[in-house]
Write a protein that binds this ligand. Structure first.
Ligand code: PMP
Length: 434
């Protein structure tokens, strides 16, 4: 359906079938918002490697920083010898982290950083339980998968999972058929009910939340909900962890997505993805006295805080500041949502359009269903996602039911590129659902 044929170089057939491929595209090279395939076609990339290439593909500043660092030292191993890029990154990250979260630990991937945050919360509180929110995606390692409720495909078949994980509802107003206030009230009431019925608050180490659900459906958490979590965390001595792996680093039009809730400061922030424009590096940040509960030697890792990745991270932060990319994410995000809402009005199969900054979710439903809450239509989402490829636009689906298309453009996306992306999305919708 995509109409593209990857060039028959190398051997794709022996890659694990456990990898579910979203597109047949094989990249030759990429720049900014564009991927150029070995098929000779150019694709507008609204996937950014799942929200990673924040400064666009191969930003010259990031490329130069990485190349220069490669000539100095590639792998320094930060518990053996410290290196300059990591010290510099730590200083620069400190400038964008909320006041008080001044201690940083580095790893390689989002999953590892999620695990580090859970280890820290348990070590600091001596409590076993973690509360997660339905639809959250926190990674694929066994512990991170145990915390993930964005789809059973992420955890089915390899139980037993890590124990002590309990799920509370996420205020998914559209699915419940509620207005936002009712959804928040419902979700907080259910959280309190969980605390009363199954998970004693003083047995609870942490609440772990994505301020904008990512793989679970691209849903911003209403500020009143996050404020309610903060209040309960304070009341019960529970550590509030914000998983900013996908929504952080400028993507939502604020540097951190939890900052849409005025005055909210989590106890631990987890970041990865956009941090180094594509180089693998992740981090958790926490107050020094909290991080000090991780005794020397309890944290580490061979590759964590890699020198080339750290140099790319320093360059990424410089580009975000100098090119005003957080503001660009806000403005282009407004353009994207407004454009999508206009398009959605033409297609009854689109039940909901939502998002924050450059994270937009388009939820497909069966418009003929008569039930009180929406009936998911994953087939339409899949067909539209495939038709987009034929139009020269790369997108991804998400949500436990697979009926949401997510758009994740680079923070450098221009007004023209956004207009082009929206027109291509509209054309794909018309070709499949028109
Ligand atoms: N948390 C969130 C919010 C994520 O979106 C992801 C990745 N999609 C992860 C954690 C896991 O990150 P990684 O794939 O780098 O392990």
């Amino acid at each position: 359906t995509g109409g593209t044929t990857p060039a028959p170089t190398g051997n794709r057939a022996t890659l694990s079938p456990g990898l579910k491929q979203a597109t047949p595209v094989v990249v030759d090279h990429a720049t900014g918002s564009w991927i150029h395939g070995t098929d000779g076609k150019s694709y507008l990339d609204f996937t950014t490697g799942i929200g990673v290439t924040s400064t666009g593909h191969c930003h010259p500043r990031v490329v130069a920083a990485a190349q220069e660092q490669c000539g100095k030292i590639i792998h320094a191993q930060y518990t053996t010898v410290m290196h300059q890029p990591l010290l510099e990154l730590t200083e620069k990250l400190g400038e964008v982290l909320p006041t008080g979260l001044d201690s940083i630990f580095y790893a390689n991937s989002g999953s590892e950083a999620v695990e580090a945050s859970i280890r820290l919360a348990r070590m600091a509180t001596g409590r076993p339980n973690i509360v997660v929110f339905q639809g959250g995606f926190h990674g694929r390692t066994v512990a991170a998968a145990s915390l993930t409720t964005a789809g059973t495909r992420f955890s089915a078949g390899f139980s037993p999972l890590m124990s002590g994980v309990h799920m509370a509802p996420f205020p998914y107003a559209y699915r419940y058929g509620f207005d936002e206030d009712t959804a928040v009230e419902f979700a907080l009431r259910e959280l309190d009910y969980l605390f009363a019925s199954r998970v004693a608050p003083n047995d609870t180490a942490a609440m772990l939340i994505e301020p904008v659900l990512g793989d679970g459906g691209y849903l911003p958490a209403p500020p009143a909900f996050l404020a309610g979590l903060r209040e309960r965390a304070d009341r019960h001595g529970i550590i509030l962890i914000a998983d900013e792996v996908q929504a952080g680093f400028g993507r939502t039009g604020k540097f951190w997505s939890h900052q849409h809730t005025v005055g909210l400061v989590p106890d631990i922030i987890i970041t990865a993805k956009g941090l180094a424009s594509g180089f693998p590096i992740s981090a958790i940040a926490a107050p020094t006295e909290l991080m000090a509960k991780a005794w020397p030697g309890s944290q580490g890792g061979t590759y964590g805080g890699n020198a080339v990745a750290a140099a790319a991270g320093v360059a990424t932060l410089a580009v975000i500041h100098e090119e005003n990319l957080v503001e660009n994410a806000r403005v282009r995000g407004e353009q994207m949502l407004a454009g999508l809402r206009k398009i959605a009005a033409k297609f009854p199969q689109i039940g909901d359009v939502r998002g924050l900054g450059l994270m937009a979710g388009i939820e497909f439903i069966d418009p003929t269903a008569t039930s009180s809450s929406p009936v998911a239509d994953a087939a339409s989402a899949a067909k539209v996602q495939q038709a987009c490829i034929g139009e020269g636009l790369l997108t991804l689906t998400c949500g436990p039911l697979g009926n949401v298309i997510r758009l994740i453009p680079a923070l450098v996306v221009t007004e023209d590129e956004m207009t082009t992306g929206l027109a291509r999305f509209d054309a794909a919708l018309s070709s499949v659902l028109g």
